[in-house]
Design a protein around this ligand. Sequence first.
Ligand SMILES: Cc1cc2nc3c(=O)[nH]c(=O)nc-3n(C[C@H](O)[C@H](O)[C@H](O)COP(=O)(O)O)c2cc1C
Length: 177
Amino acid sequence: MKVLVTAASRHGSTAEIATMIAEILRASDIDAEAIPPEAVSSLADYDAVILGSAVYAGRWLEPARAFAARHAEELATMPVFLFSSGPLGYPSPLQVEPADAVGVEIATGAMDIQVFPGRLIGRDLSLPERLTAIKTHSPFGDFRPWDDILDWAREIARYLREERFVASDPAQPIGTD
Ligand SMILES: Cc1cc2nc3c(=O)[nH]c(=O)nc-3n(C[C@H](O)[C@H](O)[C@H](O)COP(=O)(O)O)c2cc1C
């Protein structure tokens, strides 16, 4: 069982979420690696994919959308888990799935889809981004919910371990316990 964790990120905070998820999977004895979507050319080595993106102007970033389109056929045949990171503030504002993520969820038959609050650091932003953030009254700070992210990664690890157990042990067919 090898898992790809891949997330599109402009300023690094969503990439850090992907890195953390891969670490949690490895700590749960699942081989996992975090690679940016634009650097993945094939899914042949993987049995499951966790795909995420930062949200900008209500959309997933292009590398995540392109990854989903490029690998659509294979993704539809394996366990896929999706996450978006974007909403800012605490308590978190309404966590709405971006339409891109919903489209990918439908196309891949994803097992689960999550929205995690993100991070906004003024010094990271370009001038146009900073002006947008000010105009939209976006709060600056790091709002990523690490406990929720860890719980989600552990839940995925549990699910994948069980899948592997069922698949590798013909004495335990699904639904007979
Ligand atoms: C210019 C700009 C536009 C943004 N637009 C949205 C948005 O439409 N919806 C949202 O939830 N978050 C939005 N965000 C917040 C980002 O998604 C958030 O800061 C995220 O954590 C950035 O991830 P990254 O560091 O991986 O790029 C926006 C941030 C910036 C700077």
